[in-house]
Ligand binder design. Structure first.
Ligand SMILES: [Zn+2]
Length: 442
């Protein structure tokens, strides 16, 4: 059992000073006032301990070309970026996918992320030939997460076509399913993974990439469902032309939009979409950095205000969930032309709590977990944030985390009671970086 005492603990019932956290090798077993703390308590001066952050939308392999698509090829938009991404997706070997995923997850762990939702669509050999184990690449990605020590929800993507009336192209062969059953069977096998840190969901990639007849069959899945929804105007127009309704409505008519559903992006929702998501209690995954990087646009403010919003680092142009959380409010201000848009009126520290909720519990919920903050009995997935940085001087602790912190402020990370990052460094950092180097785009 480990007992640590930072200066502040952000518990499910608020910020506490001078308490210690006792954890066994899975859960928090005590939040101890000074008189109950053991003599050998490990002190973490200047630190604030809070729940680990949840990255609800990741494509780990896309870390391979970070920085290599930041100069112009002439006309640059989402679709030209996608072409570059396809080149990388088809060049990586299974070893490469595993090594790059491990690098992405290492960066997540060191930046305070303890649970990732991996929207996984590299299933087959380039061109579409099957591996002996049809789940080979999913297992590689899962192994990478477990090696680093973070939880993973493998969102097994369903991908059946290029777009309306167009079959998969050769370069999409690696993603493609022959039927909805193929995808459901894979997700079922992955959900039976013996490690309790692993779970699985199903992810119709988008209405563009899934034939309409497949959608109702996918609704048979009992568990979390994620989909890219209304990320680009062309996707919305294509959906109206084919389905006569918005992407969200097409998914809804097929029975896929429930409280276990997450709409990723939703940067171009149609009338009624936000209301419907709010009605059923579905989640929205905002990925502000990627949405800016790709020129997708902004999640509208009514979605930020009415739905359960969580966060993702998606393409990994950057991995910084503090920033993603902050952007949720700062973009809302830029859109509304006023301040404190997402703040509950009159509640002191309410806005910081709201943003930290998006980065933690809201993400857990979207990934099918019941984690609701730091309390006795909850999973010991914790991070320590160092508030001794000069930028934090004079700031209230929660506002320091929500409005000033960055990944370098994370000093210690525990998942299931195991400390995987100490003094800002993961124990296997050097090996993981060395293994990934050969597979990164040069
Ligand atoms: Zn995505």
């Amino acid at each position: 059992m480990e007992v640590v005492r930072p200066d502040w603990v952000y518990t499910a019932s608020g910020l506490k000073r001078d308490v210690a956290i006792a954890m066994d090798d899975t859960r928090i077993v005590g939040i101890l006032p000074p008189e109950r703390q053991p003599r050998d308590v490990v002190r973490l001066p200047g630190r604030l301990i809070m729940p680990g952050m949840v990255n609800a939308h990741s494509h780990a392999f896309q870390r391979a070309f970070r920085g290599h698509v930041q100069w112009s090829q002439g006309e640059d938009d989402f679709w030209t970026w996608r072409q570059a991404m396809y080149g990388v997706a088809n060049s990586l070997t299974p070893d490469g996918i595993e090594a790059i995923s491990r690098l992405a997850f290492l960066e997540m762990a060191e930046s305070g992320i303890t649970h990732v939702g991996e929207f996984h669509y590299l299933h087959h050999r380039p061109g579409g030939g099957r591996y002996t184990d049809p789940d080979e690449l999913a297992h590689r990605v899962i192994r990478a997460a477990l090696d680093v020590g973070i939880r993973i929800t493998l969102l097994r993507v369903v991908y059946g076509r290029h777009s309306a009336g167009k079959a998969l192209t050769a370069e999409q062969g690696r993603f493609g399913d022959r039927s909805p059953d193929e995808a459901l069977a894979a997700a079922t096998r992955l959900a039976a993974h013996p490690d309790p840190r692993v779970s699985a969901g199903i992810a119709p990639h988008s209405v563009r990439a899934v034939p309409p007849a497949w959608l109702p069959e996918l609704a048979a899945w009992d568990g979390v469902v994620h989909a890219h929804v209304a990320e680009q105007p062309a996707e919305v127009e294509g959906c109206f032309a084919e389905h006569g309704c918005s992407p969200l409505q097409a998914l809804d008519r097929s029975g896929l939009v429930t409280s276990a559903f997450s709409a990723v992006h939703l940067t171009h929702p149609s009338a009624g979409d936000v209301q419907r998501l709010a009605e059923v209690g579905a989640s929205v995954v905002a990925c502000p950095t990627t949405e800016m990087d790709l020129g997708d646009g902004f999640l509208p403010n009514d979605a930020r205000q009415k739905t359960s919003v969580c966060l993702g680092s998606d393409s990994h142009a950057a991995i910084d969930l503090f920033w993603e959380a902050r952007a949720l409010e700062l973009h809302a201000r830029a859109l509304a032309g006023r301040r404190n848009v997402l703040a509950p009126p009159g509640e002191r520290h309410g806005l910081a709590k709201r943003l930290l909720h998006a980065a933690t519990s809201a993400g857990s919920r979207a990934l099918g977990s019941d984690a609701v903050g730091l309390q006795v009995g909850s999973e010991a997935d914790l991070i320590a944030v160092d508030l001794r940085h000069v930028a934090a001087v004079g700031m209230p602790p929660l506002e320091a985390v929500a409005f000033a912190a960055n990944p370098q402020w994370v000093t210690d990370v525990w998942t299931a009671g195991q400390r995987i990052v100490a003094d800002g460094r993961h124990v296997a950092r050097e090996r993981i970086i060395a293994d990934a180097r050969d597979h990164l785009l040069r």
